[in-house]
Design a protein around this ligand. Structure first.
Ligand code: 1CP
Length: 354
């Protein structure tokens, strides 16, 4: 039984008494207690593959701040790792694969992984659910087929995505094969997280925004839509809401709203009131503070938080806002400010809820 249902109710556009809040990457490097446990574990993969570490890190931000949701500490790249691509996190450089998909043969050999390869994730979910004991809901997640493919083909973080875009334009058959396998893998992965107990799902299409209008629809959104239509809708009699996030995807919010998700997470480029009009309040909206706002002083942070709440405006029976950042919290963010910000969002937003 959940003791705080504000986040789930907002996602389902049911009335709530204040605007719920959580932060993308809330469990992570900006917290000294995370850095301590990271140093003890020796590597990022040691943290992710150990359910006890993953559970402890998931709960860390909730001990500091009255957030309305927890997000599982894991990474989107666990899925390609389970496919045999060999994930490493290089200190100061980010993720890298030992066996990227850079030949036609490697692509033809790619297969949907045995879901048991990811049991460490589902064990972490079960542990977190037990420890939370209904305090707040737990968000499970996956990368979108397209965003996973970006890392699988490029082999690492990238700025121009030359290899995968060349494949998209010249060998779309190869890219579609990867995307189909990723889609089936993501469906299995999210269903197993739902079986393990997560109460909401977020699909991170972090690199959808680098695509042209046509390519976004054909190589990203269509696969995400298939996922929304295929994953389990309910668990233990409860609806599992789904959040879609495309960084840089504001121009497509109408198409995204029609794809079958319950909520859209938006970056900071959009005005929430205009967004409501475009989607006609058919989905909840999450966002949309620029993470860099958190480097300002108290006054400027509070002013911007209130402006975002004001921009959404009155929350009615069929509309809802979940406060969040437009992308992950920066690792150098002064974490002391976050407590006051969460309290301010809760207090200030009450006037907009009936
Ligand atoms: O050095 C360290 O300690 C590792 C830093 C780190 C952390 C804390 C990475 C490496 N991943 C994570 C955790 C993580 N990743 C979570 C945990 C839960 C939380 O949000 O609190 C989540 C949801 C992710 C998802 C993720 N990983 C995304 C999608 C969200 C987004 O930020 O767009 C992406 C793109 C990744 C890849 C990844 N993993 C790690 C890094 C540094 C990156 C980004 C690399 C790049 O910029 O391409």
């Amino acid at each position: 039984m959940l003791r705080n249902e504000v986040f789930i109710n907002a996602l389902l556009r049911k009335p709530v008494s204040y605007t719920p809040v959580w932060f993308m990457r809330q469990a992570g490097r900006y917290l000294p207690e995370y850095r301590k446990i990271r140093a003890k574990a020796g590597s990022f993969m040691n943290l992710v593959t150990n359910p006890y570490y993953a559970c402890e890190i998931t709960l860390q931000p909730l001990e500091r701040y009255p957030l309305d949701a927890a997000i599982l500490f894991s990474d989107i790249l666990t899925v390609p790792h389970a496919m045999g691509l060999g994930l490493n996190f290089i200190e100061g450089k980010g993720p890298e694969f030992s066996f990227p998909l850079n030949t036609e043969i490697s692509i033809s050999k790619l297969q949907v992984p045995n879901i048991e390869e990811l049991n460490y994730v589902f064990d972490a979910v079960k542990l977190v659910i037990k420890e939370l004991d209904g305090k707040v809901p737990l968000i499970g997640f996956s990368g979108s087929p397209w965003t996973l493919a970006c890392y699988m083909v490029e082999g690492k973080s990238n700025t121009d995505y030359k290899t995968i875009k060349t494949m998209l334009y010249s060998r779309p058959d190869l890219l579609n094969r990867i995307l189909e396998i990723n889609t089936e893998s993501v469906i299995n992965y999210l269903n197993a997280q739902i079986d393990a107990g997560v109460q909401a799902i977020m699909l991170f299409d972090s690199w959808g925004g680098i695509l042209s209008d046509d390519a976004f629809k054909r190589f990203s959104l269509i696969y995400n839509q298939k996922i929304f239509n295929s994953i389990k809708q309910r668990h233990d009699g409860k609806k599992i809401p789904i959040i879609h996030f495309t960084k840089g995807g504001s121009i497509w919010i109408k198409d995204i709203a029609d794809s079958g998700c319950d909520a859209i997470s938006v970056d900071w480029t959009l005005n929430l009131n205009s967004a409501r009009k475009i989607v006609n309040d058919s989905v909840a909206l999450q966002g949309n503070m620029d993470p860099m706002v958190l480097f300002g002083d108290y006054d400027s942070i509070f002013k911007e938080a209130r402006r975002i709440i004001d921009s959404f405006g009155m929350v009615g029976d069929s509309s809802a806002h979940i406060f969040n950042l437009g992308h992950g919290i920066n690792k150098d963010t002064p974490f002391e400010l976050v407590l006051d910000l969460v309290n301010e969002i809760h207090d200030y937003s009450r006037k907009y809820h009936v």
